[in-house]
Design a protein around this ligand. Structure first.
Ligand code: GRF
Length: 206
């Protein structure tokens, strides 16, 4: 059984989707701890309800980004996590953290990378940019995390339709319900079954 550590910042709907899928599909994984960078994040409530260890570790408690990241490394190493999932986590992590968990950190982005991603593309801003551009398909991407924002090896993607009368809020909800909450658990299941390999930066199935 793989041990998963989750990093969250907000509502935790992706965390909830993963928890529900683990139970429903009997995925050989366990979320053993949840860390938020924000006090009061509802994702912490979701962890508490499942008696999952959870805490707040925030950047302002440290003198530098490096110290903050090393504190996160220590926390997860002490709990022997095999995989870290960024679930609505809004902090950009650097090499001090990423290098300690190479190809063992996943993130979900609410667009089809390489479109509408990178610096400044997060939350509703992504969906507003999608609507402003006029694309007819968008979706979500699960990828391994590297030091470059939203640029790591892509694991899974799922497309959803964009409709003429969509607002950013309506589109965000559709992308979450029809894409994010489907492919994140799927990616974790593949990882738990050791069915993912990376060849020259491309994720392939074993
Ligand atoms: C979601 O849109 C997700 O794509 C992005 O953060 C948003 C909130 O996620 N990474 P959650 O509800 O906190 O899981």
């Amino acid at each position: 059984m793989i041990r998963i550590g989750a990093l969250v910042s907000g509502g935790g709907t992706n965390l909830q989707a993963i928890l529900d899928a683990i139970e429903r599909e009997n995925i050989n994984a366990k979320i053993c701890c949840v860390v938020s960078n924000k006090e009061g994040a509802y994702a912490l409530e979701r962890a508490e309800k499942k008696s999952i260890e959870n805490c707040v570790i925030k950047k302002s408690d440290f003198n530098s980004q490096k110290e903050y990241e090393l504190a996160l490394v220590k926390y997860f190493k002490e709990r022997n996590v095999d995989l870290i999932v960024l679930a609505g986590f809004m902090v950009i992590l650097g090499e001090d953290f990423i290098n300690e968990f190479e190809n063992k950190i996943m993130n979900i982005h609410p667009a089809l990378i390489p479109s509408f991603c990178g610096e400044g593309y997060y939350g509703l801003k992504v969906h507003k940019a999608v609507l402003d551009y006029g694309v007819k398909l968008t979706g979500a991407t699960v990828h391994f995390v590297t030091a470059e924002c939203d640029a790591g090896p892509i694991i899974l993607q799922k497309a959803v339709d964009v409709f003429d009368d969509d607002t950013p809020e309506v589109l965000q909800k559709r992308v979450m319900e029809e894409a994010e909450w489907v492919i994140y658990p799927e990616a974790i299941k593949l990882f738990s079954e050791n069915r993912l390999k990376i060849e020259n930066g491309i994720v392939k199935r074993r």
